[in-house]
Design a binder for this molecule. Structure first.
Ligand code: UT7
Length: 321
């Protein structure tokens, strides 16, 4: 039996933290109290205008490859989950492959499932590995969401941040990923979207993130609870046996509500939303890497990763680390 096992993790955040008070100082009509109370967010990182998703992806990938004890040339599949690619094309994954100096490598492609992107990318890479098509995959979530925020809309601009996280996933006869589940329901697309496009040299539609916060909140708690149960059932493991829940980092209240529904106390939930804000596809691997590096996550522990995002899309992976 071939398993896909996490061999190493890495992450990268651009620049210094930008606190809620810094946003107030920049003229946004908000307060640290409002943001912290409604979301748990205290700070986020914002990339300089010339920093792109592939650069953030590169920094996170170098760290993950080093942690895995391999070389870029050993990577035979790259999947980058992003909604804020450098270009329309080529893909951010192809640009990352070039930055890593991998010539004549395996497949490299972007995956677009917004904040569920990392769960989608991990599940996809797992299938390449289990089928024998790939031996060592680099799976990345990288975002510069600051580029698609309407900084005059206080209801959204305070929530998001930039960053990247990566894992090296390799073929192993020891258990790694035990179960995955992916879902989508496109009928909910209007509640979280960036409804614009490049058309004949200019932008048509609206190129900024638009969200119905309350509708997203309710939907997120429901599907995150359902999909967590689904992967636990698929793996034949009680939720009780999960050491760490690593949810998409959108709002601490969504994480608390999900943890409560699943019977997992907050002591077993990795939460980085206070320092990172919502970094979309980067949020799960950023949280994972932080908890691996600070020693909370140990080899052999069972991790439940889950995300939900625009589309709507959602998914989860249960794995032995
Ligand atoms: O990856 C998925 C991404 N999205 C999410 O996870 C979002 C999920 N939703 C949420 O996290 C919450 O719905 C929000 C944090 C976005 C908003 O919290 P809420 O409790 O649903 O607030 P609300 O939108 O109902 O707004 C309440 C009030 C309004 O004022 P009035 O009309 O009551 O006077 C807003 O204008 O809060 C006001 N408000 C703000 N005040 C200060 C909205 N944004 C801000 C702000 N600072 N940044």
């Amino acid at each position: 039996m071939i398993y896909a096992r996490v061999a190493g993790t890495g992450s990268f955040l651009p620049g210094k933290p930008v606190t809620n008070d810094d946003l107030v100082a920049r003229g946004i009509d908000t307060s640290d109290e409002w943001i912290a109370e409604r979301t748990g967010i205290r700070a986020r990182h914002l990339a300089e205008p010339d920093v792109t998703a592939s650069q953030l992806a590169y920094e996170a990938s170098v760290r993950a490859i080093e942690a895995a004890g391999c070389q870029p040339a050993d990577i035979d599949l790259i999947i980058v989950a992003t909604s804020t690619p450098d270009y329309i094309f080529p893909s951010t994954a192809a640009l990352l492959q070039a930055r890593l100096g991998i010539a004549n490598g395996g497949a490299a492609f972007d995956l677009q499932a917004v904040c569920a992107g990392f769960a989608y990318a991990l599940a996809t890479a797992e299938k390449f590995i289990r089928s024998g098509s790939s031996k060592r995959a680099l799976v990345v979530g990288a975002e510069v969401f600051s580029r698609i925020l309407d900084w005059s809309d206080r209801g959204t601009c305070v929530l998001f941040g930039d960053g990247a996280g990566a894992v090296v996933l390799e073929a192993s006869d020891r258990p790694g990923i035990l179960a995955t589940a992916l879902h989508a329901d496109g009928s909910h697309n209007p509640i979280l979207c960036v409804p614009g496009q490049v058309n004949r040299g200019s932008v048509t539609g609206d190129p900024f993130l638009r969200m119905d916060g309350q509708a997203v909140f309710k939907f997120a708690v429901k599907v995150l609870s359902e999909v967590a149960r689904e992967v636990a059932e698929q793996a034949g493991m009680p939720l009780d046996a999960v050491d760490w829940l690593i949810p998409h980092q959108a709002n601490i209240r969504i994480m608390q509500a999900t943890g409560k529904r699943l019977g997992l106390p907050m002591e077993r939930v990795i939460a980085t939303v206070a320092q990172h804000g919502n970094t979309s596809a980067a949020s799960i691997p950023l949280a994972l890497d932080q908890a691996v590096r600070d020693g909370r996550i140990q080899r052999g522990q069972r991790l439940l990763l889950e995300g939900v995002g625009g589309g709507f899309t959602w998914g989860a992976a249960l794995l032995e680390f």
